[in-house]
Design a protein around this ligand. Sequence first.
Ligand SMILES: Cc1cc2nc3c(=O)[nH]c(=O)nc-3n(C[C@H](O)[C@H](O)[C@H](O)COP(=O)(O)OP(=O)(O)OC[C@H]3O[C@@H](n4cnc5c(N)ncnc54)[C@H](O)[C@@H]3O)c2cc1C
Ligand code: FES
Length: 403
Amino acid sequence: MDVVTFRRASTGDLHALVSLERQVFPSPWGADTFDATLEDPRCISALAVEDGGLAGYCLALDLSSTVHILNLAVHPAWRRRGIARRLVREVVAQAVESGKTCAVLEVRTSNTHARSLYASMGFTHVSTWRRYYTDTDEDAVIMVKDLRSRLPRDVWCEVVQNMEVARSTFHLILEGDLPQALPGQFAMIRVSSTSEPFLRRPLAVLGQKQYKTEFLFKVRGPGTDILARKRPGGRIKVLGPLGNGFGRTPALHVIYLAGGTGIPPVLSLAETMGRGIFILGARDAGDLPLLDRIHSIPGTRTVLMTEDGSCGVKGLATDALAEVLSGIDEPADAMIYACGPGAMLKAAARMAADKGVGCEVSLEERMSCGFGACAGCVTKTRNGSMRVCREGPVFPARELVWD
Ligand SMILES: Cc1cc2nc3c(=O)[nH]c(=O)nc-3n(C[C@H](O)[C@H](O)[C@H](O)COP(=O)(O)OP(=O)(O)OC[C@H]3O[C@@H](n4cnc5c(N)ncnc54)[C@H](O)[C@@H]3O)c2cc1C
Ligand code: FES
């Protein structure tokens, strides 16, 4: 596969931009509008280029303290590869670099894909402009993202519950003033007030309601062992939410794939999106937490797989995935969201690529800082090395280099 590269636009890209715009939008900008925008010194831009062809672009205008995202387009042949997300990130990064404090955009009410993408990147719906699009009389949803550099800060939380819900697996509920997390985001937990262990431990956010934040963790070593012994009333410092969540692309067939310690982000996503198939793999029946909750995800069928056959079907989660994929006629209608052991993710990524189905995976790389400062969690992608804590932990599967 060719590598997608990202760069800024220039007037030399005019022809390619106009041509892609025409393929993507029913009421495209004309060459004059592109020309004027590219010539405007306030223009901020990002292009995705693969094999010399224009895969996508994002154009924005620098308006005093705000960046206004004007246009985002990805060529149909390059969709479902995380390119739109990366383009918005590139533009936002340039805006942050030049001191902007806010990003704003408008999107058609009917464009649920784009709205989900922006929401997953931290944009919030602040107002609706009635009949803004004159071609269809459609409303525009106005979305805003606060760009002020907010270094993550530790928040003291109180343990409300810490209950063993499967073998060595604990359902932890903390109360504290943590900002709202998106499905797939995680927090760094300081398990001890002493220097042992020194590093915080990353855990995906399972759920959040009012001031309560839930986690589900498996005891692996000293850090999670200390955490398992926390009792209600105890206090813990939590840094988060961190990283980027799942894209939440609406699809006809949504496949949630979870195994091992990968249940929390996938369950959180399934509880937000619903309507899909939830494949859960485990070693045996003792390793299957929160089954009642998984069974009650709205509109979602659960497939349980255990390696010894002690619950559900004997086999691997990816065996079930293969069967589900074989029943899908239109790959473009399907999307896989996965988290779990590396071997499971690698197999899922391969199957998704073979079938042409979109797939996002959440990686569980070992972490030190959790917010991009130490480069201790890099993973190889087709666009170079990326920090799992900052650019991930969710990545489009096909962008990763699977060793
Ligand atoms: C973004 C992210 C989200 C995570 N979410 C969850 C979650 O929701 N629930 C959960 O139970 N766990 C989750 N993990 C894994 C969890 O962070 C580790 O199990 C934990 O840090 C282990 O700490 P420890 O001190 O108990 O064990 P350590 O002594 O640090 O490790 C014990 C053994 O576990 C393995 N291990 C430790 N950390 C990792 C890791 N990050 N990836 C792969 N193997 C590892 C190693 O083989 C190691 O030898 C997540 C990890 C990441 C990066
Ligand atoms: S853990 Fe420090 S950069 Fe990711």
